[in-house]
Design a protein around this ligand. Structure first.
Ligand code: C2E
Ligand code: CA
Ligand code: CA
Length: 920
């Protein structure tokens, strides 16, 4: 059997849509998710490294130039200092000389008055005698003052060096802010200590080198040295007056003759400065210049803060980008994984399916036209169809697969599908095709910019359909074409005859003794006879003539000829005489004649139905006149005959058009009136005649064999109805169906019943079978076996119309019948004659004794019911309770359940009080 594809079309299309998207997308990998932040981190580090290192370089550069600048300033300052001190040196030298030449009679006041020492470089110039008392001074107030305790005085008195010494008043270091003393030893003519020349200069004179504009606000200059540990400093703050010393006290810092360093923590004021110094080559003095590091580095710091800001900005941007990229990558990765899942699901689905599946992308030429297709994916099944492995298929050009398999260029049909969006076809492959398929169904759907192609092997289905077709058109028993085939073929044959202006003869053939053979020799013999009859018919015909088994023991022969009448006559004669020879069936010779009715196109009818009917009528006429002859149709044939055949034909039509409906008549418990079951009664809803009673058509159906089809139809409808009521949620009761004894001939009834129950999933306990008493006459083993088989299914058996036949109760009991349905003729006698009641009573007591239930049919009056209750009859059915009703009216009764009017319940008092409600 053909297995259905697991993936329905739409879902498949959806899947393939995403597959193409996967194909088209620039595969974002999961690694990207990590890569983005990583790359960003590296970039950020690089940016910062560059910022920091360039700022470092900038700082180094700034520091170097600050050191250089400080060094240059120190050099200039040292020269200035040396020059200034040399001036003092000079003055003191001259004074000593003048003093020595004047033999100690030098008046400095005179010299001042003469305009000497007016320079601001001199605070005072004094000469101290050998006792330390100021002899003369440019500052009049100083005369007579004693320097006897001063350091320099002691020094000069004890040292006969005449060189210049530099010091501070009284050795006080801080006083150096105010003044610096330059002193020189004076000697008498006999080289004895004679006194000291003291030149007092303002300290500021030596630091006036300092200018804030050149050295910065935090810049400073200082002079250190001298015997007394001289310290003079000058900075912006000190310009206005003396302040606390800010120069480092550790003189070892500038112990080298010259140098420049960054003295970060050396300054007591906490400021970092670049310090440069020069030692005076002449005097024991060091000239120092300090530049503020902050000021020196300001440019570098500005540069740093700029590049830091840039780096920060870059960091933020990169981080943001990395986050965004990571988010997008993650999304893409999620989508990809979802698509991958889909793809796997899809693959699994299609791999298990029977369909070959391909995805093809167009390959376009320079002009944008589609030159070929590439198979970008396919499933194993799809590759198998082409005898390849899946890997080998993927990447293949469509044109290389093309072998004219589909009767046209594959590329062309793919191209057309690309244009129209869809292409579908079924095709039988040529004999020497390369595909491993006999019949192929192909479906091309444009999805995105590609094609999704399914290729399904429908060979089995095709074979199955062909087989079904053959079965539908062939009679299984004889192998001849059947009625279905004839009804399909005949109109074409008639049209052909009409076109050719020719005639057509139809021979309606019926076996004369078939029923007898069937009844006496069994249906197996009947089957063999039918086969043999079919063969014999064929032996009498030309190859072009058609023999059809029309149904039962009826055959139809179609003869096409220019002069059909004569030809038909000859053939009919041959057939009749051929059937004169007995048939050897088993080891018995059976004499079976045939009656033939002939109708001629166009004389007797122009359509198939009319020709068949006229043939049947002619056959029937021949049979009633005496069997074993043929007869042509004539319009003068008796009306009743025509009507009968007509009726039979319309019954066939009614079965085919399903003009039947089941009515249901309830059966109730005789005491309580509770619904126990209902009988299905067949109705023919004729389009013109309205409702036709089964009394009219059942006998005809039985005699023509149509009862078998009709019976099957009843079973199916009853089971379908039970299933429908069940679906409505109703409390179900069993349904009994009437089965004609003629249905038993083929031994199919129990199988049909079982089939029906299974098809509608109905329990056997919900089905009952009524079979007329007459059917059980004699010991027909077929029927007995069939009844047992039905019972074995769990279906209850009712004996219908009991009393009209001649069966014995003990025989019925042997057959294990469950219920007797007493014919309504006996019910009608109740209350009318004593015998009727006696008879009924006898049946009830005997049936009960044998374990069977009794149902009274045709209960029409309350009196009949009362008597039946008295007689202990089990169940009743009749117009008194309900007429047969259409299925739609039954649910109301099923819900009501108790169908007696209140006054009829057996337990009620004999003469119930009748209440008449006003207005009701
Ligand atoms: P039956 O099986 O004896 O069915 C009972 C018949 O008596 C039904 O006639 C029913 O309408 C009728 N009936 C029921 N209650 C009363 C009543 O109180 N008074 C009178 N006078 N008649 C009553 P219906 O439906 O016309 O059926 C007639 C016969 O046709 C049935 O007799 C049965 O033998 C046959 N028949 C009906 N349906 C089928 C069927 O599906 N298959 C076969 N083989 N035979 C069927
Ligand atoms: Ca019945
Ligand atoms: Ca009956």
């Amino acid at each position: 059997m053909h297995r259905p594809a697991l993936v329905p079309g739409d879902f498949q299309a959806m899947l393939t849509m995403s597959l193409f998207q996967v194909q088209g997308a620039s595969r974002p990998s999961r690694l990207f998710m990590l890569l983005w932040p990583l790359a960003a981190a590296v970039l950020i580090a690089l940016v910062w490294w560059m910022a920091v290192s360039s700022a470092g370089a900038e700082r180094g550069q700034a520091l170097r130039s600050a050191l250089k600048e400080a060094d240059a300033a120190a050099q200039a300052y040292e020269q200035y200092l040396t020059r200034s001190v040399a001036q003092m040196d000079q003055v003191s030298l001259q004074l000593r000389q003048s003093w020595e030449q004047s033999h100690g009679r030098l008046d400095l006041q005179d010299l001042t008055r003469a305009g000497m020492f007016l320079d601001s470089a001199f605070l005072a110039v004094s000469i101290v005698d050998r006792l330390g008392v100021v002899l003369t001074s440019t500052r009049a107030g100083d005369i007579g003052k004693s320097y006897a305790g001063a350091d320099f005085f002691a020094f000069h008195r004890n040292n006969n060096s005449s060189s210049l010494t530099i010091g501070t008043p009284n050795g006080a270091r801080d006083a150096a802010h105010a003044a610096v003393l330059f002193t020189r030893r004076l000697e008498t003519a006999d080289d004895e200590f004679g006194g000291v020349v003291v030149v007092t200069a303002p300290a500021r004179y030596f630091t006036s080198f300092y200018m804030p504009s050149a050295l910065g606000r935090d810049g400073m200059v200082a002079t250190m040295g001298g015997e007394s540990g001289l310290r003079i400093e000058q900075g912006a703050a000190a310009a206005d007056g003396p302040v606390a010393s800010v120069f480092p006290h550790d003189a070892s810092l500038w112990s080298a003759p010259s140098g420049a360093v960054l003295a970060a923590g050396a300054f007591p004021d906490g400021r970092a400065r670049v310090l440069a110094w020069r030692r005076s080559p002449v005097y024991p003095l060091v000239a120092l210049v300090a530049l503020s590091q902050d000021e020196a580095m300001a440019g570098a710091e500005l540069y740093w803060s700029d590049s830091r800001n840039h780096a920060l900005l870059a960091t933020v941007c990169l981080a943001l980008m990395a986050v965004l990229a990571a988010v997008f990558s993650r999304r893409a990765a999620l989508r990809q994984s979802a698509e991958e899942d889909l793809r796997i699901a899809y693959r699994t689905a299609t791999e298990n399916a029977n369909d070959g599946f391909y995805m093809a992308l167009p390959l376009r030429g320079a002009a944008g036209d589609i030159a070929d297709f590439e198979i970008v994916d396919c499933n194993e099944r799809g590759a198998y169809f082409y005898g390849r492995a899946r890997r080998a298929m993927i990447g293949t050009r469509l044109s290389t697969l093309d072998g004219g398999i589909f009767g046209e260029s594959l590329v062309d049909s793919y191209r057309a599908a690309m244009q129209n969006g869809f292409h579908e076809e079924e095709r039988e492959m040529p004999a020497n095709h390369r595909l491993k398929i006999q019949w192929a169904h192909r479906r091309l759907v444009r999805v995105g910019n590609g094609l999704a192609v399914t290729l399904r092997d429908i060979s089995e289905r095709k074979a199955h359909v062909e087989e079904l077709q053959r079965l539908a058109n062939e009679d299984l028993l004889t192998g001849l074409p059947n009625r279905h085939w004839l009804m399909g073929e005949l109109p074409g044959a008639l049209a052909q005859a009409r076109a050719g202006g020719g005639e057509l003869a139809l021979l309606f053939i019926d076996l004369d003794e078939f029923k007898y053979v069937n009844d006496v020799h069994g249906h197996a013999a009947g089957d063999l006879l039918l086969k043999a009859a079919g063969e014999r018919l064929c032996s009498q015909l030309r190859p072009g003539d058609k023999v059809v088994r029309f149904g039962g023991d009826e055959f139809i022969v179609l003869l096409a000829a220019a002069c059909a009448r004569e030809h038909a006559e000859r053939v009919a004669e041959r057939i009749v005489s051929a059937f004169g020879t007995p048939f050897l069936i088993g080891d018995e010779l059976l004499e079976v004649g045939t009656s033939i009715g002939i109708s001629i196109y166009p004389r007797d009818g122009t359509d198939a139905a009319a020709l068949i009917k006229q043939g049947d009528i002619a056959m029937y006429a021949g049979k009633t006149e005496g069997k074993g002859q043929y007869r042509f149709f004539e319009p003068s044939l008796s009306r009743t005959l025509q009507a009968r055949v007509q009726f039979k034909h319309s019954l066939v039509e009614a079965i085919e058009r399903d003009q039947f409906e089941l009515y249901y008549q309830p059966r109730v418990d005789a005491r309580s009136g509770e619904l126990c079951s209902m009988e299905a009664l067949l109705r023919w809803i004729h389009p013109e005649r309205g409702m036709v009673s089964p009394l009219e058509f059942i006998p005809l159906a039985e005699s023509s064999g149509l009862i078998v089809r009709l019976g099957a139809l009843v079973m199916d409808k009853a089971c379908a109805q039970i299933a429908a009521w069940r679906a409505q949620g109703l409390a179900l009761v069993p349904v009994s169906i009437n089965v004609s004894p003629k249905q038993f001939v083929r031994g199919e009834v129990h199988r049909q019943l079982a089939d029906c129950l299974r098809r509608h999933a109905v329990s056997p306990s919900l089905l009952e079978v009524e079979i007329t008493e007459s059917a059980m006459l004699g010991e027909q083993s077929d029927i007995l076996a069939e009844l047992a088989a039905i019972r074995a299914l769990g279906i209850k058996l009712h004996v219908d119309d009991f009393g009209t036949g001649y069966s014995s109760l003990s025989q019925l009991q042997k057959l294990k019948m469950d219920v007797l349905k007493v014919d309504r003729a006996f019910t009608a006698e109740l209350g009318r004659s004593r015998e009727g009641r006696v008879f009924f009573q006898a049946i009830v007591s005997m049936a009960h004794a044998l374990g069977m239930g009794v149902v009274a049919e045709g209960v029409e009056t309350p009196e009949q019911l009362r008597i039946l209750q008295e007689l202990d009859c089990n169940e009743v059915q009749g117009y008194l309770l309900a007429r047969p009703l259409p299925a739609a009216e039954l649910p109301a009764l099923m819900v009501r359940r108790f169908l007696f009017p209140p006054n009829m319940v057996a337990a009620a008092p004999a003469a119930p009080v009748q209440l008449k409600l006003v207005g009701s």
